[in-house]
Design a protein around this ligand. Structure first.
Ligand code: PYC
Length: 332
């Protein structure tokens, strides 16, 4: 049996985005969080088939558009990625919104603005256009907060590190320069991947953050290596590890959100401050702390992230059960 998926492929600040415009399964659930659970239980082969080799690669990510569950919202997004279905993905949202608007798949009730349901909550979008092109997408994200400070992890190859954990739509272990971590230029991508996997495993043994409003969102999934800025006009740089072997080529939207919460909680940024964040490859998002709020009883912020995306082509992908690798594979 052959399943056909009509995709728009592209990238946001260098990281891949595959918008699956045709072929989405019908999902059960009264919210995108419930639909995410239903997708993981019944259709995860679609994610692995489209994200893993031979149809994808270690960095592959993307998503599907769904009708919203609430009439005041424009659309729902379900994210897919090599590691699973993220509660929220910033670079993915920027790409999906850009390709969806440019190809008429998203029809905003108010041109220039969208309200989007994602598994982590509802996000607001403000976008700009030039002719047929979407030139900028700003996401006002779900509340971001710091979940833990000063967790000491000691893995072979780098020694003890003091790590803070912050949420920006996913839970991030944030590592600032200290001890044997002197900055990204001294690391290299393959060393970052090797160390990040072992650091994540060590953190997971000692600490499991759980979202105060949605217990299906739990656990440290990403490692954010923070660094000083490199290019002119930037305020910081990072490399985000996700999945099993990926370093985000974009500055990472949910990672930037978590970092903004972290910088606010440690007194280094305040409401209204802007923060230009560089990625491992030098691409940029502009972050801003929009508001101080509380999430349950925790101090939190509402971050925004702005960036842009480029579509690179249409891609009609078959997943054929006669293919021995129909559900995809990963090389560990
Ligand atoms: O932009 O939020 C993001 C993201 C998560 C994983 C990779 N990118």
């Amino acid at each position: 049996m052959r399943h056909t998926f009509f995709c728009i492929d592209g990238h946001t600040a260098g990281n891949p985005v595959r918008l699956v415009a045709g072929g989405a399964p019908l999902l059960k659930g009264g919210s995108m969080s419930e639909r995410r659970q239903d997708f993981l239980a019944r259709f995860d082969w679609i994610r692995t088939g489209l994200c893993f080799e031979p149809r994808g690669h270690d960095m592959m990510s993307g998503g599907f558009l769904y009708p919203p569950t609430q009439p005041e919202n424009d659309i729902g997004i379900l994210f897919i990625e090599t590691s699973g279905c993220l509660p929220m993905c910033g670079h993915g949202t920027i790409g999906i919104v850009t390709f969806g608007l440019e190809h008429g798949l998203i029809q905003p009730a108010t041109p220039g603005n969208l309200r989007i349901e994602v598994p982590a909550g509802v996000i607001d979008i403000a976008y700009e256009t030039a002719g047929e092109k979407v030139t900028s997408v700003r996401i006002t994200n779900v509340p971001a907060y710091v979940a833990a400070r000063g967790i000491v992890v000691d893995v072979e190859g780098i020694g003890p590190l003091s790590i803070d954990v912050a949420y920006g739509g996913n839970y991030y272990a944030i590592i600032e320069p200290q001890g044997a971590y002197t900055g990204l230029d001294d690391m290299g991508a393959s060393r970052l991947v090797d160390l990040s996997g072992r650091i994540r495993a060590a953190i997971r043994e000692t600490f499991e953050p759980v979202h105060p409003l949605d217990p299906t969102i739990r656990g440290v999934s990403h490692i954010l290596w923070a660094d000083r800025p490199k290019g002119e006009g930037a305020d910081g740089r990072n490399a985000v590890f996700y999945g099993d072997k990926a370093i985000d080529r974009s500055p990472c939207g949910t990672g930037t959100s978590a970092r903004l919460a972290h910088l606010a909680a440690t007194g280094r940024l305040a409401v209204g401050d802007r923060f230009v964040h560089e990625s491992y490859i030098g691409s940029r998002f502009v972050g801003r702390i929009e508001q101080a709020v509380t999430l349950s009883d925790q101090p939190a912020i509402i971050p925004s992230i702005e960036g842009s995306a480029i579509a690179t082509g249409f891609n009609t992908i078959w997943i054929d059960r006669a293919d021995p690798f129909w559900a995809g594979f990963q090389v560990k």
